[in-house]
Ligand binder design. Structure first.
Ligand code: F3S
Length: 395
């Protein structure tokens, strides 16, 4: 791989141990995947934040880096931690978990990373432009950035994203290159998609089938931003899809030629079977919405659905803290709380230790959450659209 003089100096350790270590990781990645050079990135999203996912080894690594003076060179935002960073006590998060989580946050803060604590950085100010090279490591955000915005990122791991943040570059391979953004399979959709959960079910089904491919969808008549974020998140979870195109909807679809591709057909029957497969429980202990993190529009819609109603069971709407703050100013949080629900900031169902908090059966409208909750949180899952889920818990 071609390296500039400055990059060679970094690799020789002339800019300190931390940079050398991190840059070496990027060079190794570039060598494995045949990159010709490093390219500057406009922003980084760092995942691997919850103490539940990274544990003590992760915390030690981050404290070591921060202690040695590691500082990010490009705007860098952060994925959700394992708890609401303000209301964790009131919500019942375990004290021992919280202590460790706060140390993790402190290490990230020391490195100059913005404490956005959300998997939807594009909703809270980290919005790349079409064609911009970035290095993001939250799979749902990677999918959204590549597919809906047309920015360019590989599915970075936690360490490679951190390395890109500290070095300001990423190796030029994979989805940074035109040839790898072409569709690999066409998916003809012959089903009505109304709710986020319909998009979640379709995404889950197609992700399982195409794994790492770039699907090109035909027959999807319309979708809003919230539905697309749910769609991509599910595909990235059940498979490893980092880029999809939707004819007439996503920006690169018109540049692509779907002729001669293998075709997969998906109809109502496949979606119904997917929903049945995702449903492993019946009566929820809790309903958790906001995977990926809820937008202001989603919170407003939910607040209006809850107006004048009373919940029999806990309901969390997970979102970014800045979104919660706006929703508070606009009165939506109070509206949710009047019904007995909570707008939970920073964290989410999957990365928080809900299995330690007494919950065994969780209701979700997200294909991604439904994919991870049984294994990662030992939950039975009740999967459905938001109206069906609310019906189960309203008095
Ligand atoms: Fe985000 Fe958690 Fe879902 S990180 S995409 S809300 S599993």
């Amino acid at each position: 791989m071609y390296l500039t003089k400055e990059e060679e100096r970094i690799l020789a350790g002339e800019r300190g141990e931390v940079l050398e270590r991190m840059f070496r990781l990027l060079v190794r990645l570039g060598d494995i995947y045949g990159a010709d050079r490093m390219i500057p990135v406009g922003s980084v999203q760092v995942a691997g934040v919850s103490y539940k996912s990274i544990g003590d080894p992760g915390l030690e690594f981050l404290e070591d880096m921060a202690g040695k003076g590691a500082k990010v060179r490009v705007p860098t935002t952060l994925n959700p931690p394992g708890m609401d960073l303000v209301d964790w006590r009131e919500l019942g998060f375990p004290e021992d978990f919280a202590k460790k989580q706060l140390c993790i946050m402190e290490a990230f803060k020391k490195m100059g990373i913005m404490m956005t604590a959300t998997c939807t950085p594009y909703l809270v100010g980290n919005l790349p432009r079409f064609g911009e090279h970035i290095a993001w490591s939250e799979s749902s955000a990677v999918s959204f950035a590549n597919s809906v915005i047309g920015a360019r990122t590989n599915r970075e791991g936690g360490p490679s994203a951190l390395a890109a943040a500290l070095c300001g570059v990423t190796p030029n391979y994979g989805l940074h290159l035109d040839e790898n953004r072409k569709p690999s399979v066409a998916v003809k959709v012959n089903a009505e998609l109304k709710h986020n959960s319909d998009f979640g079910a379709l995404g889950y089904h197609v992700g399982k089938l195409v794994k790492k491919g770039n699907p090109y969808f035909q027959g999807i008549k319309g979708a809003d931003v919230d539905q697309l974020k749910a769609f991509g998140a599910a595909m990235a979870a059940s498979g490893a899809v980092a880029l999809y195109h939707v004819e007439g909807l996503t920006p690169e679809a018109r540049l692509m030629d779907p002729k001669n591709l293998e075709v997969i057909e998906v109809g109502e029957r496949e979606l119904k079977e997917t929903c049945e497969k995702l449903n492993t429980g019946r009566e929820p202990d809790i309903v958790i919405l906001g995977c990926p993190h809820a937008s202001l529009k989603e919170i407003a819609t939910l607040a209006n659905k809850l107006e004048g109603k009373r919940l029999r069971k806990p309901l969390w709407i997970c979102t970014a803290r800045t979104t919660k703050e706006t929703a508070t100013k606009l009165g939506f949080v109070e509206q949710v709380e009047r019904a007995g629900g909570k707008v939970v900031a920073d964290t989410c169902a999957v990365v928080s230790p809900i299995e330690r908090m007494g919950f065994k059966r969780t209701a979700v409208n997200s294909g991604k959450a439904a994919n991870y909750l049984p294994g990662f949180c030992k939950q039975e899952v009740i999967f459905g659209n938001v109206n069906e889920l609310l019906k189960k818990v309203l008095a």
